[in-house]
Design a protein around this ligand. Structure first.
Ligand code: SF4
Length: 367
C-alpha cells in the first residue's frame, strides 16, 4: 500500500477499506493524518462556517442509576435493590431545568441505567410531564441500548418505541452505549447491553424516522486498532443507508476509556492506554474513515483543553457542551471543566471562531 494514494483517496472523501485505514493509522506521520483530517473538515463545512467551532450549553441529568447491564467500565450504576438507588423526580427535573435556563441553555441530556421496570409507558409519561412544564426544553435522551431495553421489556419494536417517545417529547437520540461496535469487545466490557448490530439497527430505525442522532466511540481498553476501524466502517455504512431527507448521525464523538475505580481496571488491570498523540491520530482517522458524517466533536471533558484544541486541527469542528452536570465519565477520572467564557476562549486560542449551536448542529444567536 502507498500512503500518498491513500491520502488522495481520503481527500476525495472516498471510503477507505479497513485494511487501508489500518495501514494509514500504523504508518502515516501524525502531521499527515492531521492535515488530511483537517482538509476533510473544511470540505464538510460551507465557506461561511469553515472557521467556526460549535459549542452548546446543556445539562446532563441521570434518569436513574439502577442498571442491569453492569458494564465493566462504569462506576455509576447500582444493582436493583442497592441502598443508594434513585430515580430522578419531576420536581428535581424542574429545578435542574430552571438552573439550566438561567445559564442560557435549553437542552437536557438525559441518560441512565437499564432499569428492569421502567418501560415505554413510564418514559412516555416522564417526557410528556417534562414538556408540559417546560415546552421549550429540548430532550436529547436515552440511546440505542436504552431503546433496545425498553422495546424488550415493553414487548414491542424499536420503531414503535421511537415513534411513541418522539410523540411524547423526545427531540434527539444520543449515540451513547456504542463503546466499540464489535461483539468480541462488547462481550467483555458491556455484556449486558445490546449487541453491535442491535445498536446499529436502532440508529437505522431512528434515521428512517428522521430523528436527529449522534455517534460515539469509547476506546483505549481491550479493543485492537483494527476493531476501532471496524467501528468507523459500521457507522459510515448506517449513515450511507439513511434516507435522503434524514440528518442521520449529526456528529461523531470519540473519547478514551476513563479507568479510575472501574471493574475493568481493578479486576482485570486494564488501563486507559490513550496518549494525547493517539487521541489526535484516532480523531484524524475517524474523519478520514467517515467522510459522510458532517460534524465531529472533540471530547475536552476527557482529554483536556490542549488535546481538545489540537483535535480542532485534526478534523474536529465542535467542542461540545460546558456540561453543567455529568456523572458517568467524571466518576471514572475525567475531571476537566469549562464555563461558557472559558470554552469560547479555548476555541479562539486554537485559532477558530466559537459559534453557539443547537442540538441539530445549526449555529444560532445565543439567547
Ligand atoms: S454504562 Fe450505562 S448501561 Fe452500562 S452499566 Fe453504566 S449505566 Fe448501565
Amino acid at each position: 500500500m502507498n500512503l500518498n494514494i491513500l491520502y488522495k483517496k481520503a481527500l476525495n472523501q472516498e471510503f477507505l477499506t479497513i485494511d487501508e485505514g489500518l495501514f494509514l493509522y500504523e504508518n502515516a506521520p501524525t502531521s499527515d493524518l492531521l492535515f488530511t483530517g483537517n482538509e476533510i473538515r473544511k470540505k464538510k463545512q460551507t465557506e461561511k462556517n469553515r472557521n467556526k467551532v460549535g459549542w452548546i450549553i446543556d445539562r446532563n441529568v441521570n434518569i436513574t442509576n439502577v442498571c442491569i447491564a453492569q458494564c465493566e467500565f462504569c462506576n455509576f450504576y447500582r444493582k436493583p435493590g442497592a441502598s443508594d438507588v434513585y430515580i430522578t423526580t419531576l420536581e428535581e427535573y424542574d429545578e435542574k431545568i430552571k438552573v439550566l435556563k438561567k445559564l442560557g441553555g435549553n437542552q437536557l441530556l438525559m441518560q441512565g441505567g437499564l432499569h428492569p421496570k421502567l418501560d415505554l409507558e413510564w418514559y412516555k409519561k416522564l417526557f410528556s410531564d417534562i414538556k408540559k412544564i417546560h415546552p421549550d426544553i429540548k430532550l436529547h435522551a436515552l440511546g440505542p441500548a436504552e431503546i433496545h431495553h425498553i422495546a424488550r421489556i415493553s414487548k414491542t419494536t424499536y420503531k414503535d418505541v421511537l415513534i411513541q417517545l418522539t410523540e411524547a417529547g423526545l427531540d434527539s437520540l444520543p449515540g451513547a452505549g456504542a463503546e466499540i461496535l464489535v461483539d468480541r469487545v462488547r462481550k467483555t466490557v458491556s455484556r449486558g447491553k445490546c449487541t453491535a448490530q442491535q445498536w446499529l439497527d436502532v440508529m437505522h430505525e431512528a434515521h428512517k424516522l428522521n430523528i436527529v442522532t449522534s455517534a460515539t466511540m469509547m476506546f483505549g481498553h481491550i479493543e485492537t486498532h483494527r476493531e476501532r476501524i471496524e467501528h468507523f466502517v459500521k457507522l459510515r455504512e448506517v449513515q450511507a443507508e439513511k434516507p435522503e431527507n434524514s440528518e442521520g448521525f449529526t456528529t461523531f464523538i470519540p473519547w478514551p476509556f476513563q479507568d479510575e475505580g472501574t471493574e475493568l481496571n481493578e479486576k482485570s488491570g486494564i488501563e486507559n492506554t490513550v496518549t494525547a498523540d493517539e487521541y489526535i491520530r484516532t480523531f484524524a482517522l475517524a474523519r478520514i474513515m467517515m467522510p459522510n458524517i458532517k460534524n465531529m466533536q472533540a471530547s475536552w471533558l476527557t482529554v483536556g483543553k490542549t488535546t481538545g484544541q489540537i483535535s480542532l486541527h485534526a478534523g474536529a469542528n465542535d467542542f461540545g457542551s460546558i456540561m453543567i452536570e455529568e456523572n458517568v465519565v467524571s466518576v471514572a477520572g475525567a475531571d476537566h471543566s469549562f464555563n461558557a467564557k472559558q470554552i469560547q476562549e479555548a476555541i479562539s486560542e486554537a485559532g477558530f471562531i466559537p459559534a453557539y449551536r443547537n442540538q441539530a448542529y445549526e449555529y444560532i444567536e445565543q439567547a
